[in-house]
Design a protein around this ligand. Structure first.
Ligand SMILES: Nc1ncnc2c1ncn2[C@@H]1O[C@H](COP(=O)(O)OP(=O)(O)O)[C@@H](O)[C@H]1O
Ligand SMILES: [Mg+2]
Length: 244
């Protein structure tokens, strides 16, 4: 249970996360990253490569407990996660990968497969799929869980634009129907604005939180103006770092 009550979907307070380097020295990857999301809130996580986005997601998912600080989630909760790499079970078919994630009824399996264009691939093994298809299965698997916490690590990269657009729509629908608290890593400011209620930005080494921006609604009317403003803000935040 969250210390801040049960309307909180996720609370993160990481004082420090360090990795051991190859020669045994400790190297900080995150420092002072604290934020809270309301239940059903969608937060996009932006930041340059190496700023600790994947590290943060792994900590939130409970996959890495070696850090100073805490993460609070409502309990019980169902976690759906899309990793940067698809990470399917190679010895199971696509259908079995989805069933194991929770798409146990034939109807929900068929629905998810149809949405993601996987109907013809249900009997294939992951090794037989292109990277784009494997990514789609990984996304389907996260949706199949009917998660109330959804963590996505650059889920739509390397998919064609039309499919990415459709999947963003699916994600929006999923979030609206299931009120899934969502943290999505992306490099795409437009994608962040079109999906998220909030954008948080990590930067530096170790990565720390340098911005926390609310997205105005109604979203569509604001998109281009706000995209320009947010891009300018991000550029301004990045600028002093260039001459260090
Ligand atoms: N398993 C690991 N062991 C050692 N260092 C790591 C490990 N994973 C990530 N790092 C380091 O932590 C920093 C943050 O990495 P990461 O979270 O993958 O960043 P991002 O996802 O934003 O690109 C980088 O400097 C990276 O080299
Ligand atoms: Mg990453």
């Amino acid at each position: 249970m969250s210390p801040a009550g049960d309307r909180v979907g996720l609370e993160v307070a990481i004082a420090k996360k360090a990795y051991l380097g190859a020669s045994g020295e400790s190297r900080a990857a995150l420092r002072d990253v604290a934020f809270a999301l309301k239940r059903g809130e969608v937060c996009a996580l932006l930041g340059p490569s190496g700023s600790g986005k994947t590290t943060l997601l792994r900590i939130v998912a409970g996959l890495d407990r070696d850090f100073e600080g805490g993460v609070w989630l409502p309990s019980p909760h169902r976690l759906g996660m899309v990793f940067q790499e698809p990470r399917l079970l190679p010895w199971r078919t696509v259908a079995e990968n989805l069933r194991l994630a929770g798409a146990s009824e034939p109807k929900s399996l068929a629905e998810i497969a149809a949405v993601l264009g996987l109907a013809l691939h249900l009997d294939h093994f992951p090794g037989e799929l292109s990277l784009g298809l494997a990514r789609r299965v990984a996304i389907a698997r996260a949706f199949a869980v009917k998660p109330d916490l959804l963590l996505l690590d650059e889920p739509f990269v390397s998919l064609d634009a039309a499919l990415a657009l459709r999947l963003r729509g699916e994600l929006q629908a999923l979030v609206e129907t299931h009120k899934a608290t969502t943290l999505i890593v992306t490099h795409d400011v437009e994608e962040a604005i079109s999906l998220a209620d909030r954008i948080i930005v990590l930067a530096g080494a170790p990565g720390s939180l340098i911005a926390d921006l609310a997205i105005e609604t109604p979203r569509l009317a604001m998109t281009s103006r706000q995209a320009a403003a947010i891009k300018a803000e991000l550029a301004a935040l990045a600028a002093p770092r260039a001459d260090r």
